[in-house]
Design a protein around this ligand. Structure first.
Ligand SMILES: *Cc1c(COP(=O)(O)O)cnc(C)c1O
Length: 482
């Protein structure tokens, strides 16, 4: 039987197998005319159920043929200009190349003796990112699986810093805006801080944290003999792309001696922008920062990092095992990244960003992100001028939140249902994919623009499609009612 292990005798096989796979993906990508086929769970599930996992095909081509049917044909394609839903970007080719290399070599970034140069490449990229943020000479950080893990680690460090100062865990409070990411709540729960630990701060009409309210809550926290453990400023909220006022928040954190975390999972692309970097001025005052390269650096999932101002704080995540990273290695100055990470075995995701910077450069990434932000401005003007739509929040990044409103006066809950219906109908048609969210009690729709290939014509066409579906729904409901 032929060996499937990748080694010196199978290098040719590796080359031809992977090339076959790349061919299939390239063929699909070259010919997708819609972001989605609109297939339903009920149609797809039985086909995947029908595969007998105990009966291998023993043939790469046959397995790829099967995969093409089961997955590639009906996948949701983020490269399509009418995929406008979540924070998913089309990926840049140098990063995909990095992905292919890193999985074949399969370095594990936990210890030097499992990665060698990979460790140093990751460290350079952490330093590069920290420098772009402006965190100063003692900065450090580590790549993570995503923003949720980065936020968890940042909250862990903040908790341990508070504990060092003798503050009991049940008295620690975290402050985040009402449109902050739910991973902060999850982190608080995982860290045993209790469900009251996260204090939600209201936002202004642009969905930015109200710093007056933050100051008030910080004061109240002290009055109640509680400890403000961390303020989480979001630099690009998931729902609105709004950026909290970082300089004012930094001031308050300094005044109250509180850890400042900036969740820039979405807005980190501005670090590469020549034009819009100023939007995140103040980020350099953070104690920790979350960045998701897999959102606004056009990197494949996963690629994220947590950065800290003071590398010593990362030691709160340090544990030693004799078999892996014994304490003596610290004295021997052997760089073991596991000393800084919540993960042990860990992918060399950094290679994707490395290849991107080496082939394209940061300016090119920044220009891609700038262009989607510009497109959001154009989209906002379109929506604001369109009587069929109500649009909230002039975009700071690349998100548009809006809702279809009928010409005739109509019950708001019927409008909610019409918008929900339009989103579903659009998904089922496969013509475009959009997201949804609530603003107050009302149902809204959302475009997250991360594809520089999306044009004003695409936005116009998708708005017409949405209006068509919503009108059809309201027409049918009215018919039924009369
Ligand atoms: C996406 C997002 C996260 C979570 O990141 P993942 O990579 O999905 O885990 C955290 N914060 C913000 C603001 C986000 O947009």
């Amino acid at each position: 039987m032929r060996s499937h292990l990748l080694n010196d005798t199978t290098a040719e096989r590796y080359r031809s197998s992977v090339t076959e796979g790349v061919e299939r993906v390239a063929a699909r990508i070259a010919t997708t005319s819609r972001p989605f086929t609109g297939i339903s769970v009920d149609d797809l599930a039985p086909r995947i159920e029908a595969v007998d996992l105990d009966e291998p095909l023993h043939d790469t081509i046959a397995a790829l043929d099967e995969l093409d049917e089961l997955y590639l044909r009906d996948a949701v394609y983020f490269h399509h200009p009418r995929y406008l839903a979540h924070l998913n970007c089309p990926v840049v080719i140098p990063a995909v190349l990095g992905e292919a290399v890193l999985s074949a070599v399969n370095s594990s970034l936990d210890t030097w003796d499992q990665s060698a140069g990979g460790t140093l490449i990751e460290r350079r990229l952490i330093d590069w990112t920290a420098e772009r943020i402006g965190l100063g000479p003692a900065a450090d950080g580590v790549f993570t699986s995503g923003g949720s893990q980065s936020n968890l680690q940042a909250m862990l460090l903040a908790r341990e810093e508070a504990a060092k100062a003798g503050k009991p865990a049940d008295q620690l409070r975290i402050f985040a805006s009402e449109v902050g990411h739910f991973s902060i709540q999850k982190a608080a729960t995982l860290l045993g801080l209790g469900e009251d630990a996260v204090i939600v701060i209201p936002t202004d009409h642009n969905k930015r944290m109200q710093t007056v309210a933050l100051a008030h809550e910080l004061e109240r926290c002290l009055d109640d003999d509680l400890t403000p453990m961390a303020v989480v400023a979001t630099a690009g909220t998931t729902d609105f792309g709004s950026i909290d006022p970082l300089p004012e928040i930094a001031e308050l954190c300094e005044q109250y001696g509180t850890w400042m975390h900036v969740d820039a999972a979405y807005g980190c692309g501005l670090l590469a922008s020549l034009k819009n970097r100023h939007l995140i001025d103040g980020i350099e005052r953070a104690d920790s920062v979350t960045v998701d390269y897999h959102k606004s650096f056009f990197q494949p999932v996963s690629s994220s990092a947590v950065l800290v101002r003071d590398r010593a704080t990362l030691s709160h995540a340090t544990y030693h095992a004799e078999y892996l990273n014994p304490r003596r290695m610290v004295q021997e100055r052997i760089p073991n990244q596991v000393d800084k990470s919540l993960q042990t075995t860990r992918r060399f995701d950094a290679l994707k960003l490395w290849m991107t910077l080496r082939v394209m450069g940061a300016d090119a990434i920044g220009e891609l992100f700038d262009s989607v932000c510009d497109m959001a401005d154009d989209g906002w003007r379109l929506l604001a001028a369109d009587p069929r739509y109500d649009v909230v929040v002039e975009p700071q990044l690349s998100t548009l939140v809006f809702r279809y409103i009928p010409e005739s006066i109509c019950d708001p809950s019927a409008i909610d249902r019409a918008n929900l219906y339009a989103r579903k109908a659009l998904f089922a048609s496969g013509d475009a994919v959009v997201a949804g969210t609530k603003v107050g009690e009302r149902q809204y729709l959302k475009f997250t623009l991360l594809n520089p290939e999306t044009t004003v014509a695409d936005i116009t066409a998708v708005l017409d499609l949405i209006a068509g579906h919503a009108e059809q729904y309201l027409g049918e409901t009215l018919d039924r009612a009369s």
